[in-house]
Design a protein around this ligand. Structure first.
Ligand code: NAD
Length: 287
């Protein structure tokens, strides 16, 4: 039909019919934000961004499995806090760079809560070393946590999600540095760049099997990983000046993005990255 014909046929149509139809979809959209009874595993979950993710998804009704490497007392305090927020959580000590630990994490989550709906690969480290003086040990350390750990956590979680029949979602806390260089932090950037391509490739491979994969790429977030920057006023001022929003993010500003992605409202997203970076990747001096 031509534009004219379509305009003609829509003449006299009641606009309220379309409005009513869209209004009936509102409860569905709101429900898609709930995480009630979703089982969510968060690696590196007792500090920084991971801790905030645990708090936010726990408050939204998820059953949370908190992976941690050290500081069991922080995990205990967090489990208590999640309980006070009305949620339910357990802690599992597992080093994501060790495959048997990763399998133990997945198995414990399933034994406790029966399934895994969302796997959040958040654990990460950095060495802040230049390409010129990164030792093989530095390189391996970063790769083993930030890339190998994410790769096999994705494999193990995806196998579980496929075998349980309901599928699931994997959310990798990547970084703006999956795409944007950070001189003098080369192994970190290489690993996060690997996670970018892992998400794209595995996301395409697993889409037909009910498993979706999305990266969240934060900019600079006020967490312990950035202590050295935050404790140096000159460096912090330089960083803030480079961020169009003018400040670092609070961990909850990343956790809220993850919470949305963990829900059914993100059901059509896979094999892609979402950035919450205060605009830093697009920063321009206007020249
Ligand atoms: P953080 O240091 O507070 O948290 C990292 C967590 O990972 C810690 O709890 C640590 O114990 C855990 N971890 C490290 N190695 C582990 C291992 N082998 N097994 C299990 N857990 C391990 O820092 P954060 O800023 O909250 O970092 C979380 C994620 O966010 C990281 O992947 C980081 O690369 C990413 N990120 C952070 C920023 C930022 O500016 N803070 C920006 C972009 C991306």
């Amino acid at each position: 039909t031509s534009i004219e014909e379509r305009q003609e046929s829509s003449k006299g149509a009641n606009p309220r019919v379309g409005l009513r139809k869209s209004m009936t979809q509102i409860p569905q959209a709101l429900a898609s934000l709930s995480l009630k009874d979703k089982v969510i595993v968060v690696t590196g979950g007792n500090s920084g961004i991971g801790k905030s993710i645990v708090e936010v998804v726990g408050s939204l009704g998820a059953k949370v499995v908190i992976d941690y490497r050290s500081h069991p007392e922080r995990t205990e305090a967090l489990i208590e806090e999640v309980g006070e927020l009305g949620g339910q959580s357990i802690g599992v000590q597992a080093d994501v760079s060790k495959l048997e630990n990763l399998q133990h994490l997945i198995d414990t989550a399933v034994q406790t809560f029966g399934k895994i709906d969302v796997m959040v690969n958040n654990a990460g480290i950095e060495t802040r070393t230049s390409i010129l003086d990164t030792s093989p040990e530095d390189f391996d350390k970063v790769m083993n946590v930030n890339l190998r750990g994410v790769f096999f956590a994705t494999q193990y979680a995806a196998k579980q999600m496929i075998s349980q029949g309901s599928g699931g979602r994997i959310i990798n806390i990547s970084s703006v540095h999956e795409d944007w260089p950070m001189p003098n932090n080369t192994p970190y950037c290489v690993a996060k760049g690997g996670v970018r391509m892992l998400t794209r490739t595995a996301g395409v491979e697993l889409a037909g099997k009910g498993v979706s994969i999305v990266n969240v790429g934060p900019g600079a977030v006020a967490t312990p990983i950035n202590d050295s920057t935050m404790n140096d006023p000159d460096l912090l001022a330089k960083l803030n000046a480079a961020i169009p929003i003018g400040r670092m993010a609070q961990p909850a500003e990343i956790a809220s993005v993850v919470a949305f992605l963990a829900g059914n409202g993100a059901s059509y997203m896979t094999a892609t990255s979402v950035f919450a970076d205060g605009g830093i990747m697009m920063s321009s001096p206007g020249l």
